[in-house]
Design a protein around this ligand. Structure first.
Ligand code: F6R
Length: 603
């Protein structure tokens, strides 16, 4: 996820901007840049890779006395992580940094290009600065030009603009991604995506709300929403940096669980249209040539793959095989060029998945990566990539990466179904509607989290956990069990609910904990019978369902969702929170569990 900073004042601008970006490193980035405006001169620097590269480029640059500056770390979503695509982006005399995604950038860009305006980058961001300057060049008053520009933008954004036409002012706007304004009693003003860059500089801060925009100079801040001037309420800034990076959560994993609603919106943005799916990454791809899909992945990404097989076969009507990458490599698989080969990886560096991809490429198969990290080894090797846009994931136990992988695969199954003509328009429309509903399903409800926290104390012992479910809830059961074992070190297995009676039920007694996923929309009665069989053998049952279940020892009630995938995501949240709360009670290091690494680059 990108990070932004801004500064107005007399001190060395470069140091606040670079230090501030350093504090935002935890959000992940692949390039960075700054622009400083002083005495009507703007100096801008950009570099790919680590911030040290930007620091080296700016080593001879100083900017004391009054001036203003903006800075940015970029996590690529539109266009490769190159210097051209790094922020700031500029027009003739103005510079912009932007965090988020401008959903309607294509329309704005085409309109500006038709009027002869040239674009340098592949980003969605560049439209902002050209549109702003277009208004200015037409003689629109500067504040009006900014307001009009912001009102054209759809999507998620935190934006900062500086321009030679107003050399003491930073223009800003915020919607759906964070932006904070800070000040101190030395007359300095600051802007940042999070608290941590401001600590040690600002004393008082305003957390902007969605839809707010305005301009800031050394004297004051003008804040608006829907054309109405807003009152400004400063708060005292907290002073603990690590806590600020975790944005008030106890662990990065917890923060990432809570972030899932907003990253899901980013994953869908610009891709979910009124009644269709747009995947620009696949433009020109001939699905008529493909009669099968094979997916390779590891761990959590493998569970996403397993879930997607149900979607590809049901919605795209295409035969789908899923393989664990480390098994695939040595089985001497029969590969066919009419099979689309998909790899799924959060990091893009997993050795087994990368090697599987190499095998597929060598056999002449068409390859597609579903990945969270642009420019990673897997992305560089695959023919095409769809980025999942989850932002950096710091917790070793994957949460938001899984959610965004599932969403991406669901979109892909609809896209392929539509292209192949195997999905009727009515179903497509209702699936698209269901997809758009997921960000709201992913909001964590305080009452539910609290209930899970209280329940967790009963699940700290026993001789094991069985997570059971059917259909797409079977891979979710696998994933729930994986989350628990990774961070609690308790033995947990995921099982298809209907398979328990073929052996594992022998383990059932009161010390066997069964986490039963009992959705209303998918095989409820069948799953219920399977859980009853376990209950009859005295297993302790924690039922997760919208329907009360009289045999449950514990019960977490979910909402009456209309679509199985909404139930899937709601239950996913519950299993993640349950694992988290059990691990917290056991006193484990949730973000860095023993024996595990975030990126597994060895066999
Ligand atoms: C589990 C987890 C791992 C990864 C696996 C693959 O929480 O994070 O199981 O899913 O190591 O990693 P990627 O997706 O980076 O290829």
């Amino acid at each position: 996820m990108c990070g932004i900073v801004g500064y107005i004042g007399k001190e060395e601008k470069k140091s606040f901007l670079l230090n501030g970006l350093k504090e935002l490193e935890y959000r992940g980035y692949d390039s960075a840049g700054i622009a400083v405006l002083k005495e009507c001169e703007i100096q801008a620097y950009k570099a790919t890779g680590k911030l040290e590269n930007l620091a080296n480029k700016t080593s001879n640059f100083t900017s004391e006395d009054f001036g203003i500056g903006i800075g940015h770390t970029r996590w690529a979503t539109h266009g490769k992580p190159t210097e051209i695509n790094a922020h700031p982006h500029w027009g003739e005399y103005s510079y912009v940094v932007h965090n988020g995604i401008i959903e309607n950038y294509r329309e704005i860009k085409e309109n500006l290009q038709a009027q002869g305006i040239k674009f340098l980058s592949q980003t969605d961001t560049e439209v902002i600065i050209h549109q702003f300057e277009k208004y200015l060049n037409e003689g629109v008053e500067i504040h009006e030009a900014f307001t009009k520009t912001v009102s054209m933008l759809h999507g998620a954004y935190a934006i900062l603009i500086i321009t030679k036409k107003a050399p003491d002012t930073i223009f800003f706007a915020k919607n759906a991604v964070p932006l904070i304004v800070g000040k101190n009693d030395k007359g300095e003003k600051f802007l940042a995506s999070a608290d941590s860059p401001l600590i040690g500089y600002a004393t008082d801060v305003v957390y902007l709300e969605d839809g707010e925009y305005g301009w800031l100079n050394k004297e004051d801040i003008n804040l608006f929403k829907k054309g109405e001037k807003q009152s400004i309420f400063y708060k005292k800034l907290k002073e603990d940096k690590l806590c600020a990076q975790k944005e008030g959560y106890r662990f990065f994993m917890e923060k990432e669980i809570y972030e899932q609603s907003s990253v899901a919106s980013e994953t869908l943005m610009g891709r979910v249209k009124d009644s269709s799916i747009a995947l620009d990454e696949l433009e020109g791809f001939d699905f008529g040539q493909i009669n099968e899909i094979k997916i390779c992945a590891c761990g959590t990404s493998y569970h996403a793959a397993l879930t997607s097989a149900y979607l590809f076969e049901r919605l795209s009507k295409i035969k789908t095989n899923i393989e664990i990458a480390s098994e695939f490599r040595y089985k001497e698989p029969l590969l066919d060029t009419k099979t689309l080969f998909i790899v799924i990886s959060q990091s893009g560096e997993t050795a087994d998945t990368l090697e599987a991809l190499k095998m597929a490429k060598n056999s002449g198969m068409k390859t597609l990566a579903i990945c969270n990290v642009d420019n990673s080894s897997i992305v560089r090797l695959a023919d095409t990539t769809i980025l999942t846009r989850a932002g950096i994931e710091k917790g070793v136990a994957s949460t938001k990466a899984f959610a965004t992988q599932i969403l991406t695969l669901w979109m892909l199954s609809l896209y392929i179904g539509d292209k192949k003509g195997s999905l009727d328009k009515e179903t497509l429309k209702s699936e698209v509607k269901a997809l758009a509903h997921i960000p709201s399903v992913l909001h964590v409800k305080d009452s539910q989290h609290e209930k899970i926290r209280r329940l967790s104390k009963r699940y700290l012992h026993g001789h094991g956990f069985f997570y059971i479910g059917r259909d797409i809830f079977y891979p979710l059961a696998l994933e729930g069990a994986l989350k628990l074992k990774e961070i609690s070190y308790l033995h947990a297995e995921g099982y298809p609910a209907g398979e328990m009676k073929h052996g594992p039920i022998a383990l059932a007694d009161s010390e066997l904990f069964t986490i039963a996923l009992m959705p209303k929309n998918t095989l409820y009665d069948k799953t219920k019978s399977n859980v009853e069989e376990l209950s009859a053998r005295d297993a302790t049952i924690l039922a997760i369902s919208p329907y009360e279940f009289e045999l449950a020892d514990d019960f977490i009630k979910t909402s009456l969702q209309e679509h199985p995938m909404s139930e899937f995501f709601e239950m996913m949240l519950i299993t993640q929170l349950l694992a988290l709360e059990i691990a917290v009670r056991l006193g484990n290091d949730v973000d860095m569990p023993r024996n595990l690494a975030k990126s597994v680059t060895v066999e």
